[in-house]
Design a protein. Structure first.
Length: 95
């Protein structure tokens, strides 16, 4: 059964891995700061890193649906989010 999860507590410009087994069907990036931020969503494989979205600009106090209802399967890989800030970013996802 898929569960909605929230990821917070970022280190600027460092990947924060999602806890997903088998895939993700929704990813929302929420900027709860008063400044514009950038965020990236990527997949780390044993051999390389690929970005699903790279350096997406998110305006202050807004959110962006990065993946809305489509299944992104990542069984053997790690899905991650990077931001340019340490506070105020929430990643809401279904895994």
């Amino acid at each position: 059964m898929a569960k909605t999860k929230v990821l917070t507590g970022f280190t600027a410009n460092a990947p924060q891995y999602l806890n997903n087994r088998g895939g993700v069907t929704n990813i929302v990036l929420a900027n709860q700061t008063s400044s514009t931020i950038t965020a990236s969503v990527g997949i780390a494989t044993p051999r390389a890193t690929a970005y699903y979205i790279k350096d997406l600009t998110i305006d202050a106090n807004t959110s962006v649906d990065v993946l809305d209802g489509s299944l992104l399967q990542t069984e053997a890989n790690k899905l991650f989010v990077e931001t340019d800030t340490t506070n105020g970013v929430h990643v809401i996802y279904t895994a």
